[in-house]
Design a binder for this molecule. Structure first.
Ligand SMILES: Nc1ncnc2c1ncn2[C@@H]1O[C@H](COP(=O)(O)OP(=O)(O)OP(=O)(O)O)[C@@H](O)[C@H]1O
Ligand SMILES: [Mg+2]
Length: 242
């Protein structure tokens, strides 16, 4: 379900790590309220960098990032969290020495009094975590850790959830489960932007997709249109995913 109220608008964005070298080169992206947006593209295209620029972790050199109509370009991660940006990085996305419960509390440190309400939302999607709150995250499987990481980000009731490769490193069965969970999160009303290596699977579940190549969106359309576009198939789907 989605309407055409933009939650995130990225306009002509340039960003990079090293002086004089832009990794993001004029990227544009819109995520409307309730949409599930997929970002695919070859290794090194800048997919993670684009998400990191939305989360204040990479220097933005030009262009603009808006959240619900407000300019958030250049804000720091903690300011972005309180404005409603939830981010699950590609790696190291849980506190391994803490319990599941403590990880979830960390996710909500800015609004602790909403804990019970948010825990109910999160365990509505990830019921198995609710039964294992006292277990340390370090003892969990990769798939379970990914669920904890997504849950932690959902604790703040984000306006937009940014997911970097939620299926990475998981067995094929667990990958399927990760995609189902992302769909469920989105169906619960969370506007979501997902970067995925598993391009076909990503386009199958997303409302709209962006193909990022050399830091710029090369193709965009509905998930279905991109899956059926001969140029996208030839250039990006032949070698990516299954
Ligand atoms: N911390 C960093 N400092 C300097 N350059 C970086 C840094 N992180 C990434 N890069 C460079 O930015 C480019 C894009 O990397 P990025 O991780 O955004 O790609 P990606 O599309 O997410 O790739 P993958 O599919 O492998 O995850 C690469 O050339 C990479 O070497
Ligand atoms: Mg990446």
């Amino acid at each position: 379900m989605s309407d055409t109220t933009p939650v995130v608008e990225i306009k002509n964005l340039y960003a990079g790590y090293l002086p004089g070298i832009n990794i993001i080169n004029g990227a544009d992206l819109v995520a409307n309220k309730g949409e599930l947006i997929g970002i695919i593209g070859p290794n090194g295209a800048g997919k993670s960098t684009l998400l990191k620029s939305m989360f204040g972790m990479v220097k933005v050199r030009d262009g603009e990032i808006n959240l619900n109509g407000e300019d958030i370009t250049g804000l720091k991660a903690n300011q972005l969290v309180s404005r409603g940006v939830g981010f699950v990085p590609q790696t190291n996305n849980v506190f391994q020495s803490l319990t599941i419960e403590e990880n979830l509390q960390m996710g909500l440190y800015q609004r602790p009094k909403h804990y019970a309400e948010r825990l109910e939302f999160v365990t509505g999607i990830f019921a198995e975590l609710g039964k294992r709150l006292k277990q340390r995250a370090g003892q969990l499987s990769g798939g379970e850790r990914q669920m904890v990481a997504m849950s932690r980000a959902l604790m703040m009731d984000p306006a937009v959830l940014l997911l970097d490769e939620p299926s990475a490193g998981l067995s094929p069965a667990r990958q399927d489960e990760a995609f189902i969970r992302v769909s469920e999160i989105n169906k619960a009303g969370v506007t979501t932007i997902m970067v995925e290596q598993n391009a076909r699977r990503c386009l199958q579940i997303c409302d709209r997709g962006y193909v990022l190549d050399q830091g710029k969106d090369a193709y965009t359309g509905t998930g279905r249109d991109l899956l059926n576009d001969p140029k996208v198939i030839g250039l990006y789907l032949g070698t990516l995913g299954t």
